[in-house]
Design a protein around this ligand. Structure first.
Ligand SMILES: [Zn+2]
Length: 322
């Protein structure tokens, strides 16, 4: 029975992943996810039902449209597989419980939002706002700090264990998490806009963080923001460094190739010294830093999912280490 159940859950994930691909493509373009039928984005050729099978169709067609032979993004395959693995992971972690369902819903929403943000730099309201409502709703049936109360039993007093009070406690943690997440991101976006004069984080990030807060509760929300800022900054810094190195190498290559082996100082066409090259490379890197729009939602979403699975364990381990 067990292997069949796992296969069924994985297959269900693949089908949900297939629908998520439609959402990722259509929601930022403000198109309906129900009609019309799926079509090739290049030639508009409708995709027949027998080619709508998750994963298999992509492999059979070898990632190309059957009529115009334009490549179909591997994202379709990746999303389907990731959703399948997500569903399987939730089942393995929580069994057939409401907690597993909550985790699957959160992961599903985050997968969609992370890939939409990475592709279009948009976080559609059609995903974030229903997600926020679902997160608050789930807090009434799955205790928000379920894992915390299991790991640190002293945290939950006997009075709080009575039915009604844990629901109130859980709901308030969810609402507070949403408020803390949204206001932190709102503040960060305002500071960012002031400091750099360009809008780096929009309201989409604020709503995404409200959604995450509603699912995770206050403590893990703060943890998610911290982890996302850290990984996001590291990513930003390495991007700037990569631009610097690339620029510097190019200027150096041009300098050495344009200067003939005889009489370097007498050649007027190569006045660039190494320090000049370094300065120019730094200038490009600063421009890249200024105009590069980091899809912060990618880091928020990714870290939120990690926090949901491992955040409490990490925090617990950290407190013990102190
Ligand atoms: Zn086509």
């Amino acid at each position: 029975m067990e292997p069949f159940l796992k296969a069924a859950i994985f297959a269900l994930g693949l089908c949900f992943g297939s629908f998520l691909n439609v959402c990722i493509y259509r929601l930022p373009r403000e198109k309906s996810v129900v009609t019309p039928r799926s079509a090739c984005p290049h030639c508009g050729d409708p995709i027949p039902l027998y080619h709508n099978l998750p994963v298999l169709s992509w492999l059979i067609l070898r990632g190309k449209c059957r009529s115009c032979k334009q490549p179909i993004s591997p994202r379709y395959l990746v999303i389907e597989l990731l959703t399948g693995l997500l569903f399987l992971g939730c089942y393995a972690h929580f069994g057939l419980t409401l907690a597993a369902l909550k985790c699957a819903v959160l992961g599903y929403l985050l997968l969609g939002l992370v890939f939409t943000d990475a592709e279009t730099k948009l976080l559609p309201d059609a995903m974030t706002l229903p997600g926020l409502v679902l997160g608050i709703g789930f807090s009434l049936v799955v205790p928000v700090n379920d894992l915390a109360s299991r790991i640190m039993p002293g945290l939950v007093s006997p009075a709080m264990r009575s039915e009604i009070s844990w629901r109130i406690w859980s709901l308030s943690d969810s609402l507070l998490g949403a408020a803390v997440g949204a206001s932190f991101l709102y503040g960060a976006a305002a500071i960012y806009l002031r400091a750099r004069g360009v809008e780096g984080m929009g309201f989409g990030d604020v709503k995404l963080m409200a959604l995450i807060g509603a699912f995770l509760g206050t403590k893990l929300t703060v943890f998610t923001i911290f982890a996302a800022s850290l990984t996001g900054s590291l990513f930003g810094l390495s991007t700037v460094l990569a631009v610097w190195i690339k620029r510097f190498r190019r200027i150096e290559a041009r300098r050495t190739s344009s200067s003939p082996s005889s009489g370097i100082s007498s050649n007027p066409s190569s006045p660039i010294s190494t320090s000049d090259a370094r300065r120019r490379a730094w200038h490009s890197a600063r421009l890249a830093l200024r105009y590069y729009e980091m899809p912060f939602g990618v880091f928020l979403g990714g870290m939120a999912l990690l926090s949901f699975f491992f955040g409490n364990r990490l925090l617990h381990w950290y407190w013990r280490a102190l």
